[in-house]
Design a protein around this ligand. Sequence first.
Ligand SMILES: C[S@@+](CC[C@H](N)C(=O)[O-])C[C@H]1O[C@@H](n2cnc3c(N)ncnc32)[C@H](O)[C@@H]1O
Length: 344
Amino acid sequence: MRLFNNWINGDCLKELKKMEAESVDLVITSPPYHNLRVYSNDPSDLSNCESYEEYYYLLGLVIAECERVLKSGGKFVMQFEDYNYTIGRDNRRGKESLVGEINKMFTDNGFVLWSEICWEKYTPQRAMISDGSLWYRNLKVRDAIIAANFGYVYVYKKSTTGEMEKESGSDITLEEWASYASGVWKIPNTSVGGANHMTPYPYELCKRLIKLYSVPGDVVLDPFAGSGTTNRAAIENGRNAIGIELNEKFYNAAQEIFDKWDGSVFECDDNHDKMIDRFKEQLAIGELNKEKGKAEKEEQKQMRNRKKELRAEIKLLEEQLNVLGMKKSEIKKLKEEVKEEVIE
Ligand SMILES: C[S@@+](CC[C@H](N)C(=O)[O-])C[C@H]1O[C@@H](n2cnc3c(N)ncnc32)[C@H](O)[C@@H]1O
């Protein structure tokens, strides 16, 4: 199968309208915020809205369009965070919560909240570098502020009933599942590729979501594609990619990276059936590990029992030596000599 990397420069609202309904398997994105960082003064840039109302209205329209192009049962993964107001930018302190607004937009548009992940991006020490109010000496009486060193990853499913897929299978290994299954992901906030963007999300975060919520050969869409992290992770993991980015500078920087790709990255001999075979192999490894674990436990149990028996035998021997007239101190010395001999 030959994968496609559809990299589009434009307003996602307009571009999504050109796409066929139910043509995408997974949407992953991290949206712009209404007043945190302005990417451009383009009127269709969501980071450049006049008001909260305008921003949420437009974001709602993007979610509705993504719902239209997403297949039934497909996931829409939204990475975002609540953020601290600052006196400098907002003239007040406190927090802006996006969770409630965003959740309502999804549920109003036929999605069910499927999973939540808390992404720990960096240490509180690093957060302190940019926010002096986190320093111990600046702690305010009864008014401590906690480091905003994490973001949310909300996974929505296009379904109103929340019905589960019947087929068992996954593209992740047993080892990966051990860390992916946790509701807290510790992933440093760094991105590969360095496509000249100020807020890319990490490749690893994107890769995990792609492996969890799609299969090889699926179509993955990012309507706010920035530096193209989603496209890179999709193609490099055997999925087709569609990314829409408004800002020409970001678009071109990512295009330069795609242009350097060896054409062979698009040749993919993986598919759903092969993924199921890999899953079965992982299940067999799991069974083997379970058996090994059981055997090890049994061995440890036998060792403990043997130690108990030996202690009882030594005690009996000591009692017999004592009856034969050997003093306790002599028995102790004898035991130490035997111990030394064993060690030698
Ligand atoms: C948070 S960034 C996404 C970063 C991306 N996840 C990455 O790893 O590079 C949001 C992006 O949305 C873009 N954007 C804003 N309004 C847009 C619109 N109407 N259509 C498409 N992209 C838009 C911005 O230019 C910005 O690059």
